[in-house]
Design a protein around this ligand. Sequence first.
Ligand SMILES: [Zn+2]
Ligand SMILES: [Zn+2]
Length: 280
Amino acid sequence: MFNQQLTTGREYPAPLVDSHCHLADPEFDADRDQVIARARKAGVKYLLVIGTGPSYREIGAALTVAEQNEGVYAAGGIHPHDAGHFSGAALSELRQFARSPKCLALGEIGLDYHYQNSLRKIQEEILIQQLELAREVTLPVIIHCRDAWPAFRAIIKEHWRSSALRGILHCFSGSLEDAFDLIDCGFMVSFAGNLTFKNAGGLRETAKQIPVERLLTETDSPYLAPVPYRGKRNEPAFVSEVAGQLALLHGLSNEEMAAQLLGNFRDFFGIHETPPREGT
Ligand SMILES: [Zn+2]
Ligand SMILES: [Zn+2]
């Protein structure tokens, strides 16, 4: 009984947002509907499902999940890990993807010099091509950047800033200087479960300094489950742990921080609730 409780996420006093989860991945094939139901029960109002993969088959799956569920949106892009498999066809399929009303952004795209599954030069080219596509379809971008901050910042200045479009630094792991430089270029800073890890003191110090109106929360499910779920498959219901950590760091109540985070997400994507129609 107790174990069952532990895996469903804690009930949270205010609506939450998971701005980055890979719910279309095969890890959720067996119980995707239950995972979404648990997220709802935990108070998660909006979910942004990220589609990435070597081909459009995996990327497009995010849109299918979004189209089947209210409050669930999609983003798609060629991840830097897959940059080596990129084809021109994928770019035109992404253009198609971007036309769906449920598609909120292009991503995750970016640079990963940590794992470097694709050559740096190729990662940079693919990032630039997708930034150009985002400009063409006027969508914001969701950025994956790991151990590549100087190169990424340079590309943003040269290829993105003049668009006046915005972006999200997902699962932020850079320095305070990186964060402020990119906030200046219109970016939001999204934190994931690693913010709760015991050895993440430096990251928590950074998170504390980010202006609250630039913060977002995510799980990056199925990866990076926060404490106390570390080591398990992550799921959107657990985003409460990240929001709670941010509240603590900024000296706000859980309700205040959740309201801020919800407003940030809505404002960023221009999501407005239609009030229920009165009368007949
Ligand atoms: Zn990522
Ligand atoms: Zn991701």
